[in-house]
Unconditional design. Structure first.
Length: 323
C-alpha cells in the first residue's frame, strides 16, 4: 500500500493531504537515477585510476615481457657485434695480409644508413628509446655484414688468384740437388772465372755433369729472346707472370720453344758449358720486374728449415763463379 503524505498549512492551521503527480514521480526517479550515475562514475574513475582492471594487468604483464625480451635481444646483438668485430679484425689483419691486400677502410665498415627521419616512426612510444636503440644495432649489424660479405667475396677471388700465383712462383731447385753439394757459387759479388775480377754474380751456379736434366721451377711461358743475353750461351727464359722470370743458362740443349707453356718440374733442357763458362754447370737466375734477386729464397718447396740454413751458408761464400 502506497504511503500517504500530509502537509501542515500554517496559514489555515489545517493538515492537508499532499497530492503526488506523475510529474513529481518522474522528477524523483530522474533525480535518483542521476545521483546513481554520478556515484557510479566516481566509483569507476577511482577504480580505473588507482586499481588496474584484469585486462590492464594482462597488458602490463605483456608489455613487461616485451621489454624483457628487447633487453635480451639487445644483449644478443651486443655479443654479435663483438663476434663481428673479431671477424673484421681477422679479415683485415690475417686474410688480407696473407693475400697482400689493403684492409677495408674503417669509414666504409662503420658507415651508417642515410635519412634523418629513419627512426621517426618509432617515436612517441613508452619504450621508444629501447626500440630505437635495438633497431639501430640491427641496422649496424646488417650494414657491417654486407660489407664483410663483399670483403669475403674479394678474399675468395684473391685466394683463387693466389693459388695460381703460388703455382707460378719459382719454388724448387732447377736441378736435382738432394745432398746440397751442387751449389758452386752463390748470389752477390764473386770472382769472374775469365776476367778474374770481383763482379756482381746475379744468380746461383750449380755444378753438374753435362746432360743433367734442368727443370722449370714454376709454371710459365718460355720467352727465349736473345736480346741482351750475351755470354749466357744456350739458355731458356721462363716468364712466370706476376713480375717473375727465371733464367737457365749455359745449357747444352734446350728442348722447349719460345711461347711454349711449361709446368713446374718439367724438363726444359740439359746442363752444358756454352757461352762464357769454364766448366759444365747451370747458371740460374730469378728476376722480379727484370731485377735479379737471390734465387736461394725461392727453394722453399725443396728444403727443410735446416737445409735452408745450410744452403744460405754455402751460397754466401765468396769464391770464383763458373760463369
Amino acid at each position: 500500500m502506497a504511503k500517504v503524505k500530509y502537509h501542515f498549512d500554517r496559514k489555515s492551521l489545517e493538515i492537508e493531504k499532499i497530492k503526488i503527480t506523475s510529474k513529481d514521480r518522474l522528477v524523483k526517479v530522474l533525480r535518483i537515477f542521476a545521483i546513481g550515475l554520478v556515484f557510479s562514475a566516481v566509483v569507476m574513475l577511482i577504480a580505473y585510476t588507482f586499481f588496474p582492471s584484469p585486462k590492464e594487468k594482462a597488458l602490463q604483464r605483456e608489455i613487461a615481457q616485451y621489454e624483457f625480451q628487447y633487453n635480451v635481444l639487445n644483449d644478443k646483438l651486443n655479443r654479435m657485434l663483438v663476434v663481428l668485430d673479431d671477424i673484421q679484425k681477422r679479415d683485415d689483419n690475417i686474410y688480407r695480409v696473407i693475400f697482400e691486400a689493403e684492409p677495408v677502410p674503417a669509414n666504409e665498415r662503420q658507415a651508417g644508413f642515410g635519412g634523418v627521419d629513419r627512426y621517426e616512426k618509432l617515436q612517441s612510444y613508452d619504450n621508444s628509446k629501447l626500440i630505437i636503440e635495438t633497431t639501430k644495432k640491427l641496422d649496424k649489424i646488417s650494414r657491417q655484414l654486407y660489407v664483410q660479405s663483399k670483403s669475403f667475396d674479394e678474399v675468395f677471388e684473391m685466394a683463387k688468384k693466389k693459388k695460381e700465383m703460388l703455382i707460378c712462383i719459382p719454388a724448387i731447385q732447377p736441378i736435382s740437388n738432394k745432398d746440397l753439394k751442387r751449389i758452386a757459387s752463390g748470389f752477390g759479388y764473386r770472382i769472374h772465372p775469365i776476367y778474374k775480377t770481383l763482379r756482381m754474380h746475379t744468380g746461383i751456379d750449380f755444378s753438374a755433369p753435362k746432360g743433367t736434366p734442368v727443370y722449370a721451377t714454376g709454371n710459365g711461358t718460355v720467352r727465349n729472346n736473345r736480346k741482351g743475353m750475351r755470354g749466357y750461351g744456350k739458355f731458356c727464359m721462363i716468364d712466370h707472370g706476376y713480375g717473375y722470370k727465371t733464367l737457365y743458362a749455359h745449357l747444352s740443349k734446350v728442348i722447349v720453344r719460345s711461347g711454349q707453356k711449361v709446368k713446374r718440374g718439367e724438363i726444359i733442357g740439359y746442363v752444358g758449358s756454352t757461352g762464357l763458362s769454364v766448366a759444365p754447370h747451370l747458371h740460374y737466375e730469378v728476376r722480379i720486374n727484370d731485377k735479379p734477386v737471390n734465387p736461394v729464397h725461392y727453394f722453399f718447396n725443396d728444403l727443410t728449415p735446416k737445409e735452408y740454413e745450410k744452403v744460405i751458408e754455402i751460397s754466401s761464400k765468396i769464391n770464383q763463379a763458373l760463369s
